[in-house]
Every structure is written in C-alpha cells, then in structure tokens.
Ligand binder design. Structure first.
Ligand code: UDP
Length: 361
C-alpha cells in the first residue's frame, strides 16, 4: 500500500476510467469497490442456459455524440449496431416513443405530416392529452410525486420530434458492447499499474482516509462513493429514488418483440419491462433460444441500505449537496465524481466524459 500514487474509490464507469487514465500516466493506482465486482450499476450476468446478457440494474444502452468518449470506449470494445427504440403501452395499445409523428398520429387517429402536426400540437388540449397519457402516470410512479413537482430537466431528457424518427436517442453512436459490459469494464482496468481490491470501502475516520482497515498514504483520492456516506451523513442523508426488479425466464422465443416497453398508466405498478435478448440480435444462440428472460422494473422509495439509483434534485437536496461539497474542500487531496459522488444522474457517456476531463494529479 505504501508505494501507491493514487486511490480510486468506486469501480463504476467514472472510477474505472479515472483509474485507467492515472495508470496510463504512470501512476500506481489502488482501485477499490465496496461491492464484489466492478462496473457499478452497469453490471451484467450471462445466463448459462440461454447465453442472454442480463443487465442486473436495468437496461444500459451505450449512446453518445461526444467523439472523444466514443473513441475511448472503442479502445476497449467493439459495439454491435443496436439502436434503442422504446415502445409505450397505454390502454391496450402500443406506441413508439419518443413523442413524434408515429405516436401523435396513432394516438389521435390522424395521418399528419410535420407541418400539420406542428399546428395541431400548438393546441394546449392536445398537449395535455399526450402529457396525461405518456408522462403523468409514468412520472408519478417513477418519482413518487406528481410531474409538476419534478424538475423539468428530468422530463426534458425525452426528445419531442415532429418527424417519423423513432430512435429513442438522437446520438449518432449507439450500441451494446459485443462481448458484453463486464468484459468492457474488465479491459478498462486491465493494466499492470492498476491494483484492484473488491469488497473494500473508503472510510474517513478522525480526518484519516482508510480502506480495508488500513490508513491510506497521503496520495490523491478519486472517490465516487456517495458523498453523504463518505462524510458519515454528518449533515443528513441525501434522498434517492430506488428500484426493484423482478426477473422471469419464460418458455417462449420472444415475449414482447422488443427490448423495452414502458407502461405509462399510473395504476400498473411497474414502469417498464426489459427483454434482454433484443440487445444482442447478433448473438444467434441467445437470440434464437426457445427461452427468454424479462425483467419488470418497479420504482420504490429509498431507505438507508437500499440501492441508490436516481438522485432527487430539489431545494433541500441541493442545500445538502452544497454543505457536503464545502466539507470536501477541507480535503485538498480528495476529488469526487460519478453519479453517487456528484449526486447527479449521468448517462454512461457523460460519466466517461467527466472522467476524461478531470484534471488528474
Ligand atoms: N418519462 C415518462 N414516460 C415515459 C418515459 C419517460 O414520463 O414513457 C419521464 C420520466 O419522468 C422519466 C424521464 O422522462 O424519469 C426520463 O426518462 P428516461 O427514459 O431518460 O429515464 P431513464 O431511462 O434514465 O430511467
């Protein structure tokens, strides 16, 4: 431990990329994670019987428009040509998200082109009808509160289009790692200067950073541990929204015909159903297997000990985050990032971008 040059706590996307950058600068890095695996919530599992790659913490689709991120990711994996499409099930009918001509025309039983739809959607009654069908129920379930109480940046993650494009993301580069996400992460941290220690947390005790019971040397620490937990929740715990998943193996080749279906009605308890084989159409064994694996996603309120998924961005959490960030300033060797450290909901590419942009010592 004495001869390390840096510690990276948290082997999710941000941490793995930071560790790799440090190693490529010649630093000897100790990379720790409190879990028994790397990859954070992008962790997958291959089902032996079907060869289906199960995204244990919900679907993760790699998509970006940032050239340096795409370049970095492609150093460690090739991607298949999967382009994400999401269907919405509402009152027994299926619609292509996001809001675009396919959805609008089907919902209102019309055959409008772009100009006509533009005019039609200026009507606030039409806007409201779409909002109530596709956002109100889903958002209330997802966040446990009415959409009016949610920061508008969350809903505006979903594009609104006046064309027939049914790609969920507008990014030019999309795909799933051909050999899977676990292999992608394994390769990122596969460097002779990266020493990986799992089941090990970063702990701050009496002003000293420790890992695995040992006091860390005075070297830069890059942490994506939850910022409140790192400081023993001294100002209180930050609120999160959590999720619960129910997995099922079914004796059919294809259950829903696509990777994700959102259930936008408020009284259906889950928000979406994932069917993972659709992420790897090139994998003949998994794709043509007479069985399939689906996963229902249920949002839930977060309690201490639950998996944190979505930061809840409101006035009181912003105030708490500011207090923790101020506390962090007392530790000049400490750098924080990642979803849990920054208390920000990052897409995977934004986490890589942040790690690539970080000034490393
Ligand atoms: N959303 C919705 N209906 C949908 C899909 C999304 O109301 O069918 C809202 C919901 O509030 C969600 C936000 O849009 O939290 C962002 O959706 P996105 O698909 O980006 O969520 P993620 O996949 O990141 O959980």
């Amino acid at each position: 431990m004495a001869d390390i040059d840096a510690v990276v706590a948290g082997a999710g996307i941000w941490g793995c990329v930071v560790a790799r950058r440090l190693a490529e600068k010649g630093r000897k890095v100790l990379l720790i994670d409190k879990r028994s695996f790397i990859g954070g919530n992008v962790r997958c599992e291959i089902d032996d019987e079907t060869n289906i790659e199960i995204h244990l913490y919900g679907s993760h689709i790699f998509h970006t428009k940032i050239p340096k991120v795409w370049e970095f990711a492609n150093r460690f994996t090739s991607f298949n040509s999967y382009h994400h499409k999401v269907l919405a099930a509402y009152k027994g009918k299926m619609y292509f998200l996001p809001i675009g001509l396919a959805l609008i025309n089907k919902f209102f039983s019309r055959e409008m082109g772009p100009q006509e739809a533009e005019e039609f959607m200026k009507d606030t009654g039409n806007q409201q009808a779409l909002f109530d069908a596709f956002f109100r129920g889903y958002t209330s379930k997802q966040w446990g509160r009415a959409p009016e109480e949610i920061d508008s940046s969350i809903i505006s993650r979903l594009p609104v289009r006046r064309n027939w494009n049914i790609d969920y993301f507008s990014d030019p580069w999309q795909g799933i790692p051909l050999e899977g996400y676990n292999e992608f992460f394994r390769r990122i941290v596969d460097h002779p200067l990266i020493m990986l220690k799992l089941d090990t947390s970063l702990v701050l005790e009496a002003g000293l950073f420790k890992a695995g019971g040992e006091i860390l040397p005075r070297v830069p620490i890059y942490s994506s541990a939850p910022i409140d937990a790192l400081f023993a929740n001294k100002f209180g715990a930050l609120p999160w929204r959590s999720l619960r998943f129910e997995q099922e193996k079914l004796p059919v080749r294809d259950w829903q015909g696509t990777s994700v279906v959102n259930y936008t009605e408020g009284d259906i308890p889950y928000t979406r159903i994932h069917e993972f084989k659709h992420y790897h159409p090139e994998d003949e064994r998994a794709f043509n297997c007479p069985k399939t694996i689906i996963m229902r996603e249920y949002p839930k309120s977060w309690q201490m000990g639950d998996e944190p998924y979505y930061p809840i961005d409101d006035a009181s959490s912003r105030e708490l985050v500011a207090l923790y960030r101020k506390e962090k300033e007392k530790y000049p060797l400490l750098h924080i990032g990642g979803r849990l450290g920054a208390y920000k909901y990052f897409d995977m590419d934004r986490s890589i971008e942040a790690a690539l942009d970080l000034d490393i010592e």
